[in-house]
Design a binder for this molecule. Sequence first.
Ligand code: PLP
Length: 400
Amino acid sequence: MTDWIAEEHRYLFQNYGRQPVVIERGQGTRCWDTEGNEYLDFVGGVAVNILGHSHPAVVRALSEQAATLMHTSNLFYSRPMIELARVLVEQSGLDRAFFCNSGTEAVEAAIKLARRWGRDVKHGAFEIITTVDGFHGRTMGSLSATGNSRYREPFEPLVPGFVIVPWNNLEAVRAATSERTVAVMVEPIQGEGGVNMPEPGYLAGLRQWCDERGLLLIFDEVQTGIGRTGTLFAFQHEGIRPDIMTLAKGLAAGVPIGAILARDEIAAHFVKGDHGSTFGGNALACAAALATLREVLAPGFLERTREASERLISRLRAIEDRHGLVTGVRGRGMLLAVGLAADVSADVVEQARRRGLLVNNVRPNAIRLMPPLNVSDDEIDRASDILEAAIAAVESAGGK
Ligand code: PLP
């Protein structure tokens, strides 16, 4: 039998720390490895598989679209991209969409659009304020916006024009603003940084500051968007709206796609030839995204996600009450993290996996859970039981 892990070590770049399982098949919240072991998948492709694995509506849309038209390029019009843009515009209250293929590309588009706008209407202002522990991607522009020195330092010098200030600190944003500033870009909840919640009033305070100073507010909703936090977009919890929003991950429930949405008068500054992408707006990806949004926007779907989230949070809080290793539960909707009193999250991940649950060690002392939005009560209960057993095993091995 092929040793796929040995083959990976032989043939792929060794830039990922993978868990030692070869996942072969998935259905809903469950997946199976090549040894036939079954897992409850609470990683969900890192917040991508919002409808679980191989949701029938997405599979149907993909196969029908694949048989009809896969790709035309942006030299032509095609229907799925136009329909998808209409749904996203109607739902977000923003005016126009641009499509690309990943989160980092969406962020690049947002950065370029902000700079273009700054050049045209703000006397060449170009600086973007971002936050410590914010994550925006791995290409040079989005990496330069990312507030994590582990990712940044190996690739310096980075793209100039980013000022990184502490998260949840409005005063720091005010102090960093100058005549060079064009935009403030944050995630509504910091995902890769450890599921760090905004303090009440922080995002609204950013909106107010941007309005006062004529700056663009960019929300990177690559991780929080498409129902992940219990509303279609995380900004909808806050009673405010950004000027530009990035999307990717869950947008097509497992098919690569990225997007930005922007207000009309900002989008207008990308004139013909300013930006583009061969695959952007690809018919196959857009058909998958339309099918995904049809499910997520179906009456009752997100209400059910919010109820399921409450159940999961209360199960996690009960684990916190019983285990000193757990220091807190944070997050919203189906983007949650369990804080740990010691740097043992990799051990908890391993213990959980051995018991049939996939979770993510987002920080050395935090476990992140990103189950599908349609996870069942029974799956939540089973996952919570396994996570508790894993935590108990790490505790008894001296993890605390
Ligand atoms: N922005 C945010 C908020 C993210 O969480 C991520 C990925 O985790 C990215 C951007 C980059 O997305 P991608 O990995 O699709 O390039």
